[in-house]
Design a protein around this ligand. Structure first.
Ligand code: 13P
Length: 253
């Protein structure tokens, strides 16, 4: 059984005081961590204070990015060693905004994924590409080539530890509604891609999240889909009430 995972991606919003205040407002109202995992990805400077504020509430603290190198002359970068020491639970890698605006390509994201696994900070690998046709064992399959490039060299043992998110460009940061059927199709195709390239057992266990225009009104429909194991929420996660409605989607009418 794959545990649902609800993730807030705050992008470049909220200062330290606002981030900590948010955690203090929500931490006693989160779902049972054995049933639903909930995490927030704040700006890097708020990670430490949020981790402290979260205490033993079960709230996961997630970095938005990290460098592939562990230390050295990389001005402005964020080290995975530092993130691990701080107790960061996950790191998002290859988000569409990093790709579009900061020129991250598959090779760069692949190196970061390897480093995160080596350092023991679980990567949430973001994929945004549309599907491409590919012949696998004589049959036509739809696959995410971007994802396979990013997973290049990642072993059977390592792949078990990653989380994957599907955040198509037509849905991220735009005013339109998330298309539940297309979201499920994308997540299902990712699962099949993992099955084809690793094993069915692993594909069955790996968690695949959907991101793009998720909000309290559509989260239940998305989470009801068999291949959507969680969501990555941008805009709608910035407000305490909306966030709590989504974190507690199982209890909402
Ligand atoms: P929105 O929820 O604002 O569309 O952003 C999605 C996203 O980028 C999550 O990582």
């Amino acid at each position: 059984m794959r545990k649902p995972f609800i993730v807030a991606n705050w992008k470049m919003h909220k200062n330290v005081a606002e981030s900590v205040d948010f955690v203090n407002q929500i931490k006693d109202k989160l779902p049972d961590p054995d049933k639903v995992e909930v995490g927030i990805s704040p700006q890097a400077f708020a990670l430490h204070s949020m981790k402290q504020a979260a205490g033993d509430s079960g709230l996961r603290i997630i970095a938005q990015n990290a460098a592939a190198e562990f230390s050295g002359p990389f001005t402005g970068e964020l080290s995975l060693r530092g993130l691990r020491d701080l107790g960061t639970d996950y790191v998002m890698l290859g988000h569409i905004e990093r790709r579009r605006m900061f020129g991250e390509n598959n090779a760069a994201v692949n190196k970061k994924v390897e480093s995160a696994l080596q350092m023991g900070v679980t990567p949430i690998i973001c994929t945004d590409e549309t599907m491409v046709q590919k012949v696998v064992n004589g049959e036509i399959h739809y696959v995410f080539q971007q994802l396979m490039d990013v997973l290049h060299g990642i072993s059977l043992d390592q792949i078990k530890k990653v989380v994957i998110s599907y955040e198509p460009s037509w849905a991220v940061g735009v005013g339109q509604h998330a298309n539940v059927a297309l979201a499920e199709e994308g997540c299902r195709t990712i699962r099949r891609t993992i099955a084809d390239n690793y094993t069915y057992e692993i594909a069955d266990k790996i968690r695949i999240l959907y991101g793009g225009s998720v909000n309290p009104d559509n989260i239940k429909a998305l989470m009801a889909k068999p291949d959507i194991d969680g969501v990555l929420v941008g805009r709608a996660s910035l407000d305490v009430d909306n966030f709590l409605k989504m974190a507690n989607y199982l209890d909402e009418d």
